[in-house]
Design a protein. Sequence first.
Length: 80
Amino acid sequence: MIAFRFLRTVLGWAWIFADTMVSATAIGISGETGFSERVLRAWPAASCASPEAGDRPAPRRSWKPDRSYIFVSNHTRTWT
């Protein structure tokens, strides 16, 4: 069980790191464009899809484009 949790954590970190690097590179290359805005909006959802993320944000279809959202991690998840 501990080995599975460790593997899941390592894979989660790798997923988030890779996703962040790819997103940052895409935004850096494209500059301030509509494409970079779409990448910025997709990045939190992609990061939350990692094996380590426990909770998921609301489905994208329920997000309103004229509203701002803040994604917060409180690091208080308990393992049962």
